[in-house]
Design a protein around this ligand. Structure first.
Ligand SMILES: NC(=O)c1ccc[n+]([C@@H]2O[C@H](COP(=O)([O-])OP(=O)(O)OC[C@H]3O[C@@H](n4cnc5c(N)ncnc54)[C@H](O)[C@@H]3O)[C@@H](O)[C@H]2O)c1
Length: 285
């Protein structure tokens, strides 16, 4: 079933398609001759990507969406259905970064991070999965988690919390489909550092300065050690074809994060994520 999802003519919806991983996925799907819906809050980004794909003779439409707004995602689902019929692949990819200490991050930014990164995925499932079930077409849901969903660390708490949430949500979705014999594929993508704009667009909220420093360090890490979004896109499509529940872009980094956290929990000994992330930077250099 999984590979049939990526066949020419099938319909793929990618949120956050205007930049980074979403744009690379959209390009890769369009080059597989799928019909691709570019959904993003930044319409200038998706309009220019739609023009690029159109000029290459590929099929893509740009649709404005704010994934944190339930009615906006419902409208997206309605538009896709009207335009192209059933959706075969839903990629809940839109995400934002926030840095700073938990006691300094304003509630608007907390709510925005949870709203886009976690509630946005829930909105995508609510708007698209019921029709996927009743359409009985080949279908697959991909949610963007992160290696950050396997670990903990300072100065990025709202983001890390959402990525733990997306990973758990995706595994719960897999459990629900399995329990009800629903033949829809499910994958959580757990990227390590990828060279995208996510930290350029991020907001640092702090008085201490640690959040701003962390943001600059992460931006630098992505620029110097980040994987190309194009490579990530190919790994995601290979994972979808294989029907993988977990798609790791940096498997050694994921394993190190899983080991560090589980051994810490089992031994009742806290661990420093900063030391671990220094190891991550070393492993990538
Ligand atoms: N870049 C990395 O190193 C990395 C690592 C792990 C996970 N991820 C995850 O991958 C996904 C894509 O990130 P990226 O690095 O490509 O980021 P990016 O900033 O390059 O692209 C994100 C896109 O999402 C869009 N977006 C933001 N808010 C939105 C909203 N409310 N509704 C719709 N679209 C919205 C932005 O306009 C942007 O085009 C995110 O979920 C991110 O958390 C990225």
């Amino acid at each position: 079933m999984a590979s049939a999802v990526l066949a020419p003519g099938r319909v793929a919806v990618v949120t956050g398609a205007g930049s980074g991983i979403g744009a690379a996925l959209a390009r890769a799907l369009a080059h597989r001759e799928m019909r691709v819906v570019l959904a993003d809050i930044d319409t200038s980004r998706i309009d220019s990507l739609a023009q690029e794909l159109d000029a290459a003779g590929l099929r893509a439409i740009a649709v404005a969406v704010d994934v944190s707004d339930r009615s906006s995602v419902e409208k997206l689902a309605h538009t896709v259905r009207k335009h192209w019929g059933p959706t075969n692949l839903l990629v809940n990819n839109a995400g934002i970064e926030t840095t700073g200490c938990l006691w300094e991050i304003p509630s608007e930014r907390w709510n925005a991070t949870i709203g886009v990164n976690l509630t946005g995925v829930y909105h995508g499932i609510q708007a698209f999965v019921p029709a996927m079930i009743s359409d009985k077409e080949p279908a697959h849901v991909v949610n963007l988690a992160s290696v950050g969903g396997l670990t903990t660390g300072p100065f990025q708490a709202p983001y890390i919390i959402t990525k733990h949430g997306v990973l758990v949500l995706t595994e719960c979705l897999w459990q629900e489909f399995a329990a009800q014999n629903i033949d829809i594929g499910v994958s959580a993508v757990l990227p390590g550092p990828v060279s995208t704009e996510i930290f350029a667009d991020a907001l640092s909220a702090d008085a201490s300065g640690d959040g701003a420093t962390h943001l600059q360090q992460m931006r630098q890490l992505l620029a110097t050690h980040g994987m190309s979004p194009k490579v990530v896109a190919e790994l995601v499509l290979a994972g979808v074809e294989a029907g993988d529940l977990w798609i790791h872009t940096h498997p050694e980094m994921s394993d190190a994060a899983i080991r560090a956290r589980t051994s810490s929990l089992l031994s009742r000994e806290p661990y420093s994520a900063l030391e671990q992330s220094e190891g991550i930077a070393d492993a990538n250099s």
